[in-house]
Ligand binder design. Sequence first.
Ligand code: MN
Ligand code: MN
Length: 319
Amino acid sequence: MKKNTTKKKSYQPVSGREFPRFSGIKTFFRLPIADMTEDFDIALFGTPYDGGVSYRPGARFAPALVRECSSLGRGFHMSRAMSLFEHVKAADIGDCSVVPIDQQQTYEKIETFANNLIKNNKKFISIGGDHSTTLPLLRSLAKKHGPLNFIHFDAHLDTYPAAWGCEYHHGAFARHAIEEGLVNPKAMMQIGIRGPLANGSDLDIVRKHKVKIFTVDDIRRKNIFDFVKTLPSFSGPTYISFDIDCLDPAYAPGTGTPVPGGLTTYETQQILRALKIKNLVGADIVEVSPPYDSSQITGLAAVDTLFELMCLMAEGIKK
Ligand code: MN
Ligand code: MN
């Protein structure tokens, strides 16, 4: 008979006291590498596809950068007083397989990957990839949960029309998510939106579906602590998609379509900390483009956001 010699995994990050943070094999938050069938709560994975960008490419390299920068990640959230990795078990399950020159095949692979995660009872956070990678994740989750509550951080609406005859680019995923019924537009909000737009009709879709939009002006008009009190709360299955370009290029230069006049990392931290979400079933961070980053500013912003997202997810998981 085969002896079971597997040691029970603790799902703790590698200690920086034992292995300094510049050493070791890079995984998200120095967490163990795991197979999605194992017994843990939150799966972190890369989705290194950027075939849907309309301007600067490079987001395919984001999972590697975020893994590297997350060596500096720590597990205790000060304002939540939460010891994240004692509260939940999280693991790096590697990257979703993609086909860099074929979006259709990539979409199928991402959706199947997410289906398997759901089958294995995992909540998940994807590190993209460009914003076109969010759509197959939403398709998978909506099959299980129905239309999701949807919180979308972005400088852009991403409800734009087809480009060069192609429907599924990174600036159109939110329109498809609404049109396919994957998200509930009445429980959808877009945060960090700012112009310029191609023309005024760009707003037609979000107006028609009554999507709640918080522009940078809306957020700055009050002080941030007063602003976050106006955020609605979310009780059903909820998804957060965080396009790093919601941040000002000063706070996230490494991205494909930067827009000046954006949020600060401090502001997005405060918003993420104030969100009341009972059941965050999935999330992603997209549009980090390492070739355009400087001094890992964008990589570190992504790591910080990843930490906030994991804490939000953990709040809905009973210890
Ligand atoms: Mn976007
Ligand atoms: Mn954007």
